[in-house]
Each structure stands twice: as C-alpha cells, then as structure tokens.
Design a protein around this ligand. Structure first.
Ligand code: ATP
Ligand code: MG
Ligand code: FE
Length: 341
C-alpha cells in the first residue's frame, strides 16, 4: 500500500510516504531552535510552526516520492500522545487531505510509530518480539505480536522520568546544549564511564525503570565537585548507568518471554553507547537486535506512514473523521480508535 504519514506531536513536523514497507519520500521541519531559550518545547510555538511547515513538507515528500496524491491508498496521522495543540494541527491537515482525496484515515499511536520505524530499515517484524521504547517522554518494555492486529502488552514502564528526560535534565545540570541527549552523548565520548559509580535503580527488581534518583545523584555529585567537576566523566558515567539498566532489562525480558528479537526505538536509541552495549549483550544472549538508523529513531513522518501501511494492508478498520487528539493516549494498540477514546 502507498500511505502518507503526518507527525506533529511535539516540535518536529514530519511527513513521510511509504510504499509497501519502503520509504519513498520524506520531509522534516523542526521548531527546536525556537524553544531553546525556554529550555523546553512551548506548545503554542510548536503549533504555529507546524501550521507554517506542514503543507511545504507534504509537497516536498510527494516531489521526492515522484507520485501524485491520486496514487495514495490511505492517510495516517499521529493522534496521540503529545502536545494537544500540536497534535490538532496535524489531525486537521490529515482529515482535510483524507476528505479531499477520498482516502481512509488512520489515527496512529506515536509510540507504535517509533516501533514501526524499524521496519523501514529491517523489514517486517517477526510474529513475536520485545520492544524497548526510549524517548523523551516514555520508557517502556513491550511484548509485541502483529502490530496491525494484536494488543500491545506492557512488560515494564518507568515509574518517574523517561530515559530521554533524564538525558535532557542531566545535560541542563552539566550546562550542556539543548536538547540534552545528543550533547551528553558527545561529551561522554571524552569521558571515563567508570569514573563515578552512579546508582543502577531497580536492577534485578522486575521490568520497571526509575531514573529520577540517578538525576538527583548527578546533581549531588556536581554540587560536591564544585570547580573540580569533570563534565565528560560525569556524562560518561551517567550514560553508562542508564545504558546498563536499559540493556540488562531488555535482554532479560526477551529471555523471560522466550522471544528471540529485541527492537530498540525512540530518540534515545540514537545514543552511540546504548547501540554498542545492546549489540554486545544481545550477541552474548543469542538475541537478534534491531535498531533503526539514528534519523529514524527521533520523531519523523515516515514512522507514522509505516504504521498506516501495516494497518491498511492488515485490514484494520480506519478511524472516523471525528477522530480527536488524545494527548495522553495509553499504548494498547497501534491504531487509535475514536470509539474507544
Ligand atoms: P515521545 O516519543 O515519548 O513522545 P519525543 O517524541 O519528544 O517523546 P523522541 O523524539 O523520540 O521523543 O526523542 C527525543 C529524546 O531523545 C530527547 O529526550 C533527546 O534528548 C533524546 N536523544 C536524542 N538523541 C540522543 C542521543 N544521541 N543520546 C541520548 N538521548 C538522545
Ligand atoms: Mg523532538
Ligand atoms: Fe517521539
């Protein structure tokens, strides 16, 4: 199937066109620079930026794909979770396109999009897999079946901060650039990951996560170190603690549920150290590891088109044009059915 995907849940305006599981056109705009001085995404600024960027991005994606709207089978859009005003801009555009082109509309869960991003690189997922989602707002271990049909089972979730949120907060404590994840990743390259023994919260205690204690431990260390602070060592040691817990719990989940494939997705999956340690530990445990390339780890429209392609091809019922934004939609299925919201 040929599907247009639209993503506007946060500060990225993402558009992608997928044809039978392959990405054929994409465009991305970001309002990140406009939020930097506020230290976080400002919803009204993000929504205004989406309004400005969306139609140009759709045009650019079609140009790159070399197709016309008449060749589309469906339109897919992120309907949650995310910032309400930001989601609404993408939903309004997607509904208008679906109506004008007389094509089915699929409201898609943003996190299912993060998972499906990997299929654009590595092909269809096996019938069962474990997914580790590590993003700015979420940290979850999931048991997946067929994304288009089956419910998604949560094996574990964070009890406080998300992994990406921890990176962003620690970057701020260390005075690194916004957004924090890539800045900590870069600073850590010159640091010693064994310099400081930061806590590994909840290791050996089930599949849930906790990162707020680690963030506080970093803050305490920075306060105590004063002028002797070695930023690269703190960045590397913090990163090591996060990566250690994430990879151990992810591999354990695969073994506990007799699953041979782990897929790691979301913005934090772009982290260099996470990718390396996950590869080592999966190889040692006999688990096949799949991680999308970094540009498909962070928010984009192609991942939403990928879910739309799976839903359309799998015969899932489309959403109604009354579909509304659901800012805190729980991840129970890839598609968001308006009748259940
Ligand atoms: P969610 O998907 O939960 O709604 P989001 O869409 O804002 O949140 P993503 O775009 O998936 O999140 O990821 C952004 C997060 O990934 C940010 O917290 C960012 O700091 C983090 N991140 C990006 N690159 C890296 C990296 N190289 N190392 C660590 N973290 C990273
Ligand atoms: Mg973003
Ligand atoms: Fe995201």
């Amino acid at each position: 199937a040929i599907v247009l995907g639209i993503e506007t849940s946060c500060d990225e305006t993402g558009v992608g066109i997928v044809a039978d599981g392959r990405l054929i056109g994409a465009a991305l705009a970001s309002s990140m620079d406009q939020h930097a001085r506020f230290g976080g995404v400002v919803p009204e600024i993000a929504a205004r930026a989406h309004l400005e960027s969306l139609v140009p991005c759709v045009r650019a994606a079609f140009r790159q794909a070399g197709i016309t709207p008449s060749e589309l089978d469906a339109v897919a859009v992120t309907s949650g979770p995310g910032l309400a005003t930001a989601l609404q801009t993408g939903l309004a555009a997607a509904k208008a396109y679906a109506l004008a082109w007389d094509r089915p509309l699929y409201g898609v869960h943003h996190l299912a999009g993060h998972v499906a991003a990997d299929t654009l690189e590595h092909g269809p997922l096996p019938s069962r897999s474990v997914a580790l989602i590590v993003s700015g707002g979420h940290t979850s271990l999931l048991l997946l079946g067929d994304l288009a049909r089956d419910p998604i089972v949560h094996l574990g979730d964070t009890r406080d901060d998300a992994a990406g949120e921890a990176f962003d907060k620690v970057a701020r404590i260390l005075g690194l650039a916004y957004p924090g994840g890539p800045a900590v990743d870069a600073a850590a390259r010159d640091g010693d990951p064994t310099a400081i023994g930061f806590p590994r919260a909840m290791l050996g205690a089930g599949h849930d996560f906790s990162f707020s204690g680690l963030k506080s431990a970093v803050a305490r260390h920075v306060e105590r170190a004063g002028p002797d602070l070695v930023v690269p060592d703190v960045a590397a040691s913090f990163q090591e603690a996060v990566v250690d817990v994430l990879t151990r719990k992810a591999v354990d989940s695969c073994l506990d549920h007799d699953v041979d494939t782990l897929v790691i997705v979301g913005g934090v999956a772009a982290n260099g150290r996470l990718r390396r340690v996950a590869a080592e530990r999966c190889a040692a445990a006999g688990v096949t590891l799949r991680i999308p390339p970094p540009h498909l780890c962070t928010d984009n429209g192609a991942m939403i088109a990928a879910v739309g392609d799976l839903l359309f091809t799998g015969g899932a019922p489309p959403s109604s044009l009354g579909l509304s934004a659901d800012p805190s939609a729980p991840l129970t299925r890839a598609s968001l059915d308006p009748r259940r919201v």
